[in-house]
Design a binder for this molecule. Structure first.
Ligand code: AMP
Ligand code: GLY
Length: 424
């Protein structure tokens, strides 16, 4: 089969790496890919949000199956467009992807169907005064979120009223999130342990992948600014125990699938449940995403021993029930190497060295890299994902990831030193 992967980050490198292990894949393309992905897939110079261009490429080249990594093309309706043209693609249609691209839709949906999530109110920019009045009487901390997609940056945690007023002024006044901040969700602050659970869904049934934990802040001990994710590990079984996973299935995944279907928006694709698990082991939804998470995918996919392409095809064809998932017993830890300055304005164009030195069992997934004059250089905020693996436990996987992270170098490389420690 000719397969196309859309996207250019570490997540897409992991997806591409896993897909080429399938005997069914005869040729892999990546649009646009990066310096790592393009070593295993043919580069297609079309950006991920150019739906028309991607559609034309897939039609002209008789692509048998497409996997979309990022969220923006899903909001733009890439799956609907491919379906209309008789092309097979993994992911939700636009109306189902709304679970990610409209936080208000997701919150109202959860409230209506008793899916556990933080209490909330919503406000539009025209009702700024109402929003300001609401936060006056609120309990702090309080969380303010832009309704639309904001590249993981649309969430502001306010410790007091002054910060909440500033947040509302920034979103409604300065329009820091553009049209994504036209409406906001103001929600209660949840405490507990965070985890990510991915369910591959076919509209009715689903398969759950091993749980993972992301590390969203730039600094050790979850301090400093939010990032796209500075590292991950899997399986996160200490936090997502069998009991927690069971509750997540019964209280969250199953009602989402049943209600989306009965409301006419069958959910096919990855339902990413970003959870807060309280001290009683009850999971609450922080957010839904409708695609694979980054950098969780870089530790979750290596755990899957069965054929990923078959699983993704089953999701689009509606027969996931027949799919048996085989999962490895090893532990994985992913350390993200980022550019100096990230998550603010960051440096690019730094030559990356030492890639050939990493140990055989270590996986390297490129994130923001490109080729320049025959050299691999940094071209994004998150540059490289170093994944350590071990059959001796998480401690050993962490040690392997860090030993290898030392071997890969570029000027002003930044990384967190405590990835995985919450899982020990
Ligand atoms: P999100 O983009 O919605 O995943 O939010 C980014 C991060 O903000 C999450 O990973 C949490 O650490 C934090 N966060 C979001 N919503 C809440 C909440 N209601 N209570 C506590 N923390 C939250
Ligand atoms: N790891 C967070 C995300 O993919 O949104």
């Amino acid at each position: 089969m000719k397969v196309l992967v859309i996207g250019s980050g570490g997540r897409e490198h992991a997806i591409a790496w896993k897909l080429i292990q399938s005997p069914k894949v005869t040729k892999l393309f990546a649009a646009p890919g990066n310096a790592g992905i393009n070593q295993i897939a043919e580069e297609v110079k079309i950006k991920a949000d150019d739906v028309e261009g991607l559609l034309k490429f897939a039609s002209d080249n008789a692509i048998d199956f497409t996997v979309c990594g990022p969220e923006v093309p899903l909001e733009l309706g890439i799956v609907d467009e491919f379906y209309k043209n008789g092309l097979k693609i993994f992911g939700p249609q636009k109306s189902a992807a709304k679970l990610e691209h409209s936080k208000i839709f997701a919150k109202e949906f959860m409230k209506q169907h008793n899916i556990p999530t933080a209490g909330f109110e919503t406000f539009s920019s025209g009702k700024k005064e109402k929003a300001l009045a609401y936060i006056k009487g609120s309990k702090y901390p309080l969380v303010i979120k832009a309704d639309g997609l904001a590249a993981g940056k649309g969430v502001i945690i306010c410790s007091n009223e002054t910060e909440a007023i500033a947040a509302i002024e920034e979103i409604f006044g300065d329009k820091v999130f553009g049209s994504a901040g036209e409406n906001i969700v103001v929600e209660d602050y949840l405490t507990g342990a965070e985890a990510s659970v991915f369910a591959i869904c076919d509209g009715t049934d689903y398969v759950v992948l091993p749980p993972a934990q992301d590390h969203k802040k730039i600094g050790e001990g979850e301090t400093g600014k939010n990032t796209g994710g500075m590292g991950s590990y899997a399986p996160a079984n200490k936090i997502v125990t069998e009991a927690v996973l069971d509750r997540t299935k019964k209280r969250i995944i199953e009602p989402v699938l049943a209600k989306m279907k009965s409301e006419g928006s069958e959910f096919r694709g990855v339902l990413y449940c970003g959870l807060m698990i309280d001290n009683k082991g009850d999971p609450y939804v922080i957010e839904f995403n409708t695609r694979f998470g980054d950098p969780e995918t870089q530790v979750v996919l290596p755990m899957i021993e069965s054929d990923l392409l078959e699983l993704l095809i089953a999701s689009t064809e509606g027969n996931i029930k027949e799919h048996e998932l085989k999962v490895s017993a090893d532990d994985y830890c992913c350390v993200v190497l980022a550019s100096g300055g990230y998550p603010d304005k960051y440096e690019t164009g730094k030559v990356i060295t030492g890639l050939e030195k990493v140990t055989k069992d270590c996986l390297l997934f490129h994130a923001g890299t490109s080729l320049k004059d025959g050299k691999i250089v940094s071209s994004g905020g998150r540059v490289m994902n170093v994944v350590g693996k071990s059959d001796k436990g998480l401690r050993d996987a962490i040690d392997s990831a860090y030993a290898n992270a030392e071997l890969v170098n570029f000027e002003n490389k930044v990384y967190r030193k405590d990835i995985g420690s919450k899982g020990l």
